[in-house]
Write a protein that binds this ligand. Structure first.
Ligand code: GLA
Length: 381
């Protein structure tokens, strides 16, 4: 958490006032995990944790950045010579994003920036996508660029893929860009078209941070991607999106058991995600509850990205919610957060159950955030 706001940090460091203060949200995924890079479906919402940037245009080609969250470190680079930084990893998110933006708009001007944020880092709530989208929105505003939200998301994703070196899908950047207040978004990750579903009035996005440090995330993430690609190749299809459950079952005996399980998660998860969107739209929490339970089990046994601590957390919260709410691990996996769609009257009971049982059993102390679904940075606001 930042002690200073971006605005305060800007004023004391640059000794002038910023022209704009821009923010972009983190996200929570309700269902549809690891489906984005299989050209499938996801159902995330943008949340009220964000990256804030105070900014002022410069007349030259220098970008100055002050990071409140990284001990007020300062970094400066020229738009004409962008290089990877081995010393300051956080700087690469900015440099990579700007490098990708320059490929489309080579003539942008420099800027003085101060950045702070409160998206928990390493918790699976996409602090990095929020960072990238905030940078893009800032440069779009300062330079008056006609960049829309989908293109911004693609630029941010390319920055991660090409510069930072993470082979992430499009979900995080797109929801940080085009999320909508009080809504979740069903995103088709192949066509990049989307629809919103209202989150029922009495349902709260309760996010429980397991505080289990996420380990092996990148290597395991990339391994899952390769396994998915291998199984799509087996079916001679462009992506697992194009393989049906019936086709998978027919080929089960000819697939390595691990590859079969990975494919089964993706194929069934795509189907659950579309059904969850319809359930949410029709306020059918019983169906939502069941789908989230199945999704978690599929991540636990078939995709194998959960941990015993997270499984325990999901179990104790599910006992409180029954079928009036839903709970599952959210994000890339191997630790991080649990999302519980919780009726308002059960919030206290969920909190006290987690407080009483979770730490005693696992040794980790959970943090609980009561969140709202927010607008993304590129939604007209
Ligand atoms: C990370 C990636 C996303 C997505 C999720 C898993 O958040 O950045 O693209 O693959 O994991 O659903």
């Amino acid at each position: 958490m930042s002690s200073y706001t971006a605005l305060e940090a800007f004023e004391s460091f640059y000794l002038s006032s910023p022209e704009h203060v821009i923010d972009a949200p983190g996200r929570v995924n309700l269902i549809g995990e690891h489906t984005d890079y299989n050209d499938g479906f996801v159902l995330p919402a943008a949340i009220n944790f964000a990256t804030n940037i105070a900014a002022k245009a410069r007349s030259d080609r220098i970008i100055n950045v002050l990071s409140v969250d990284y001990h007020y470190q300062h970094n400066s680079f020229s738009l004409d010579a962008i290089a990877f930084s081995e010393q300051q990893m956080w700087v690469n998110y900015i440099r990579g994003t700007v490098a990708e933006l320059l490929k489309i708009y080579p003539d942008i001007q420099g800027a003085d920036l101060a950045i702070s944020g409160n998206v928990p880092q390493g918790a699976g709530l996409s602090s990095s996508a929020s960072f990238e989208i905030a940078i893009l929105k800032t440069l779009v505003v300062l330079n008056q660029l006609p960049l829309d939200g989908v293109k911004a998301a693609l630029i941010a994703q390319r920055a991660e893929n090409n510069f930072v070196g993470c082979r992430c899908g499009i979900m995080d950047q797109l929801i940080a860009s085009l999320g909508k207040q009080d809504h979740a978004m069903l995103l088709d990750c192949r066509s990049l078209t989307f629809e919103y579903a209202t989150i029922p009035n009495d349902i709260v996005l309760l996010i429980i941070n397991s505080n289990q440090q996420r380990g092996l995330v990148e290597s395991e993430y990339n391994t899952r991607r390769i396994q998915c690609e291998l199984s799509a190749k087996h079916f001679a299809k462009p992506a697992l999106r194009d393989v049906s459950l019936a086709e998978l079952e027919c080929e089960a005996a000819n697939l390595e058991p691990l590859i079969y399980k990975r494919a089964k998660h993706i194929i069934t998860e795509n189907d659950r995600t579309i059904r969850a969107f319809n359930a949410l739209r029709s306020k059918d929490m019983r169906a939502m509850s069941q789908l989230m339970r199945e999704s978690h089990l599929s991540m636990q046994y078939d995709f194998q990205i959960t941990t015993p601590a997270i499984d325990y957390l999901v179990d104790i919260v599910a006992d409180v919610l029954g079928d009036s709410g839903g709970v599952r691990m959210t994000g890339g996996g191997f630790g991080g957060c649990v999302i519980a769609l919780t009726p308002a009257h059960l919030i206290d009971q969920v909190k006290s159950t987690v407080t009483q049982l979770y730490q005693a059993k696992t040794g980790f102390k959970a943090d609980i955030y009561v969140c709202d679904a927010m607008d993304g940075a590129f939604l007209n606001r």
